[in-house]
Design a protein around this ligand. Sequence first.
Ligand code: AHR
Length: 521
Amino acid sequence: MLRRRTRWLSIFLTCALACTTSAVMAQKAVDVSVTIRANEPGPTINPNIYGQFAEHLGAGIYEGVWVGEDSNIPNTNGYRNDVIAALRDLKVPLVRWPGGCFADEYHWREGIGPREKRPVKVNTHWGGVPETNAFGTHEFMAFAEMIGAKVYISGNVGSGTLQEMADWLEYLTSDTVSTLANLRRENGREKPWEVHFFGIGNETWGCGGNMRPEYYADLFRQYATYIKTPPGHRPKIVASGGNDEGTRWVEVLTTMVERDMNAISHHYYTTPTGVWAKKGNSTGFGEDQWISTFANTMRIEEFIKNNVAILDKNDPKGKIGFYVDEWGTWYDPEPGREPGFLYQQNTLRDALVAAINLNIFHHHARRVHMTNIAQMVNVLQAMILTDGPRMALTPTYHVFHMYRPFQGATFLPTDVKAPQYSHGNVSVPAISVSAARDTEGRIQLALANLDPNREAVVKTNLQGASAKSASGRLLTAKQMDARNTVDAPESVKPTSLTAKRSGDAIVITLPPKSVAVVQLQ
Ligand code: AHR
C-alpha cells in the first residue's frame, strides 16, 4: 500500500515538474525588434499580388462558384451567393482562368452560345470527369465583374492554334462589326470586354506541351504578333516561364524575345516534405512538418532573387514583370476523395504560409507585380471550402482579408532582429515581417510568429515617422492544424489586437503560431 502511494506521489511530482517546466517553456517569450524605415519608401505593392487562380478543376468552378440557375443552392444567375459575397469582401483584384493545365486543352468556342448546345468534353487532367462547358467566356467575365476583379485569361498553346487564340481575343475585345464581334453580341454581350492580362500558354515545359524554352520563345514571338486588340486595349501579355528553382526560362526568354513580353510567369508549390510522391498531410501533422513547410515555402525568396537578377541583367529598364501566377500549399489527396480534384483541408499552418509568402512578395514588389494563389475555391490552398449549400472561410481567407490594406500600398523597408525558431535539424527565422504605407497614408505592419510554442514580444520603432499606438487583427488557434468546417466555421477567425507603448517603442505581443496585421497611428 505504502509502495503504491509512494509511486503515485512520484508520478504526481514528475508530472507537476514536467507540466510546470513545459508551462514555463511555453511562456518564455521570443524578443524581437523591428525598425520600420518610413523615410525610405520603396515600390508600390501592386494589388495584383493578391490575385487568385480559378481553374476548371474538381469543385473549383462547378459547385464552388457556379451551380446553375436551377440549383437549390441560393444563387444569382447561377453563381452561388455566399461565395460571391465572400469574394467581394476580400477585394480580389484579379482572377486567372481557365487554367492551369486545363487551359491548354480548352477551346473557347465550346463555351459560348446556348448552354444546352455546348459540347460535353472530358477533363482529362483533373479526374476524367465530364466538362459541360456551362461555365465559359461569358460566365467567367460576368463572374469577374460581380466580384470586382480584373481578368487574366490563359490561352491554349499546347493543343490550340494561333488562329483560335487570336479569334478569342477578337471575340472578347472587338468593337467592330466583324462576325466574331457580332457573335459576341448575339450571345448577349454588346460592349467589348476589357482583357487586362493574357497568358500565352501555361507550364509549356510540362502539361502545356512539354516544350523546350527555345522552342517556346519562338512560339511566343509568333503568337504575340497576332494578338490584335483595339488601340489602348491591349492586355499585358504573359509568357509561360519556369518553376521552382529554375532560371533557364527567364534567361532564354529575355535573350530571345525582344518585344511584346510584359511579364514571365513562374510557379512554385509548397509541400511539407519537399518530396512530390509523398507530400504530407493537410491535417494531423507534427511539429516536424509544421517547420519543414515553412522552410520549404521560404525557398520562393531565393527563386525570386535568382530570376530577378537575370531580369535586371537582361531587362535593366524593368519592363518585364515576374509573375508568380501559381503558388500555395499542395498536400497528399484527402482520403476518400477523388485525388484528381486536389481538394485539401486548410489550417492555421496555411494561414502562416500565406502570410510568409505575401511578406516575401512585398519585399520584391519592384519586379513581382502579380501573384495568384492556387486556388480560389475548393482546390489546393483555397480561400473557401464548400459543402453542398454551405461554405467555410479558410484561415488563408482570413489572412488575405487582414492584408487588404497592403493592396496598392507603398513598401517600407524594415530592420528585424529576431532569433531563429528551430525544431529537429530545421531552422527558420522566428518572425516574418513586412511593412507599408497604405493608400490612406497609414503605416501597416504584418507579422507572423512561426514558433508554435513561444510568444513573441515585438518592440517596434519608426524611423522618419511617429506613432503613439497600434491596433489591428490577430489570427491564431490552439492547434497547429486548427481549421474551419461548415459545422464549425468560426474555429479560426481574426480577433482584435491592441499594442502597448513602452518608451519610444510600440510593443506588440504575438501569441505562438499567429499572424497579425496592425496599423500604427
Ligand atoms: O494548380 C494545379 C496545377 O498545378 C495547374 O493546373 C498547373 O498549372 C500546375 O501544375
